[in-house]
Design a protein around this ligand. Structure first.
Ligand code: NAD
Length: 259
């Protein structure tokens, strides 16, 4: 399938920060897998990351044209600048994937102001700023698609309070875009991810004995999801196959939230 031939896509947080799966050389996270999948279907893909080497590594793995952009999502100017760089290099953006996210896992009694604000800046503010900056040219052209990478933590407790709150806020931003701009050709949807064997999980939990096994045992499917499965869902929402899908959430969790 070449659903993105001729399209330009920005993946925010498209590097990968964590170890590879056993036996593999390239570490695969959700953002990187999405960039690789969409490029394999024909898109030119701009990848932002606060770590330029991580973005470069993704671009080197793309089948097709790519662009690595150094941008810290916690910096408002960098968010806007990344959109400008992507558009001036690749051309008008058809799709923006808001993937970047952090999770400290703090419970309420342990929550600090600094940590809360960091979650807000990276998990929410970066995404509305990026979307706001990308939106204008999309409205002029009468088409554009946003895909937000959120978590089942948006609707389920059990992780950190700042993570849960900011992942829920991401859904609200996406829904706002979907309702407000649909009649002008914009779609926006959100992925709610369950337990995914991505770089984020391997970095945070890989060294804790038994933790990845516990994660694998939790969903009815008795395994974690893969970043490639996340990427397949993101590519669907970003593509014309989802032309009448707007303002919704797609749960990718192996049945975890159905228990
Ligand atoms: N793995 C899971 O179980 C799981 C579950 C639910 C949701 N998610 C979501 O998946 C997304 C991340 O997955 P991933 O595997 O791509 O993660 P990752 O930790 O590998 O991060 C991807 C990239 O983001 C970059 N990054 C981190 N902070 C940044 C910042 N401030 N500015 C710019 N770049 C920054 C990292 O350098 C990394 O290269 C998050 O939104 C997360 O909430 C993951």
């Amino acid at each position: 399938m070449r659903r993105f031939d001729g399209r330009n896509v920005l993946v925010v947080g498209g590097g990968a920060d964590g170890p590879p799966r056993p036996g593999e050389d390239l570490a695969i996270g959700n953002g990187r897998a999405i960039a690789i999948r969409i490029a394999a279907e024909g898109a030119a893909v701009a990848v932002t990351d606060r770590d330029l080497a991580a973005a470069d590594e993704t671009v080197a793995a793309l089948d097709g044209r790519g662009l690595a952009i150094e941008a810290d999502a916690a910096d408002p100017d960098a968010c806007r600048r990344a959109v400008d760089i992507a558009e001036s290099d690749l051309g008008p953006l058809d799709v923006v994937v808001c993937n970047v996210g952090i999770a400290s896992g703090r419970a309420l009694h342990d929550q600090t102001l600094d940590d809360w604000e960091r979650h807000d800046h990276v998990n929410v503010r970066s995404h509305w700023l990026t979307a706001q900056h990308a939106l204008g040219p999309m409205l002029e052209r009468g088409h554009g698609v946003f895909v937000f990478v959120s978590s089942v933590a948006a609707v389920l407790g059990g992780s950190g309070v700042a993570y849960e709150a900011t992942k829920a806020a991401q859904v609200a931003v996406s829904r706002h875009i979907a309702v407000r701009y649909a009649k002008r050709g914009i779609r926006s949807n959100t992925l709610l991810l369950g337990l995914i064997d991505s770089t984020m999980a391997r970095r945070e939990f890989g060294d804790i004995a038994g933790r990845m096994d516990v994660r694998a045992a939790a969903p009815p499917m008795k395994r974690q999801g893969t970043p490639e499965e996340v990427a397949a869902a993101a590519a669907f929402l970003a593509s014309d196959d989802a032309s009448y899908v707007n303002g919704t959430t797609l749960v990718i969790d192996g049945g975890l939230s159905a228990i």
